[in-house]
Design a protein around this ligand. Structure first.
Ligand code: APR
Length: 191
């Protein structure tokens, strides 16, 4: 995938003192305070963005994940925990577990919203001011990206409007098609 100019391809929206940005790219290369990982409950890595983050971030992240699971057990869907960023340009990684899509009638949207809200709450508690998210649940977990983009942006906008100290939330989409879907959802965001 060719590198892209953020100014050319990206877009954004200011919400008071904070900003939501959309861009296409590889989240492992984002030089933000924290990137968010779309993990599974084991926190032991996997494919997709989870595999990419562990490959690029190195062993230290996996060791910290193991200690977290040893201490508190598997991470339930909708929850979030934080580790260091290992070898990544990001200082920290927030690991959250999205819902598996089961047709939409099993609380998937609420669980997905919780991923975004709890990740931002954790970033705020840790004093972090820039956070990059992938499109949680829309790969292996099968959540339709049209619906997921609306849930994601409403959850993030809600947290920023409610006074989150996080100043930059960047969605890093892996394809032009996903970027377009998120762009439409951002344009349609109320207020
Ligand atoms: N940067 C940004 N986005 C990426 C990257 C990357 N390097 N790699 C993949 N993606 C995108 C995918 O294209 C998809 O749009 O992240 C989105 C989420 O897809 P998945 O990584 O499959 O995550 P999810 O649907 O939440 O499924 C989680 O996948 O491998 C696992 O361990 C993980 O079991 C868990 C499941």
């Amino acid at each position: 995938m060719a590198p892209i100019e953020r100014t050319e391809r990206g877009s954004g929206r200011d919400l008071g003192p904070s900003r939501i940005e959309l861009t296409r790219g590889d989240i492992t290369r984002e030089p933000v305070d924290a990137i968010v990982n779309a993990a599974n409950s084991s926190l032991m890595g996997g494919g997709g963005v989870d595999g990419a983050i562990h490959r690029a971030g190195g062993r230290a992240i996996l060791d910290e994940c193991r200690r977290i699971v040893d201490a508190q057990g598997p991470l339930p869907a909708g929850e979030a925990v934080i580790t260091s960023g290992g070898l990544l340009p990001a200082r920290r990684v927030i690991h959250t577990v999205g819902p598996r899509w089961r047709g939409g009638g099993h609380g998937e949207a609420a669980t997905l919203a919780s991923c975004y809200r709890k990740s931002l709450a954790l970033a705020a508690r840790e004093g972090l001011s820039s956070v990059a998210f992938p499109s949680i649940s829309t790969g292996a977990y099968g959540f339709p990206v049209d619906e997921a983009s609306v849930v994601a942006l409403e959850a993030v906008a809600g947290a920023l409007r409610a006074g989150s100290p996080v100043r930059l939330v960047r969605f890093v989409l892996f394809s032009d098609a996903d970027l377009d879907v998120y762009r439409r959802a951002l344009d349609a965001l109320a207020g």
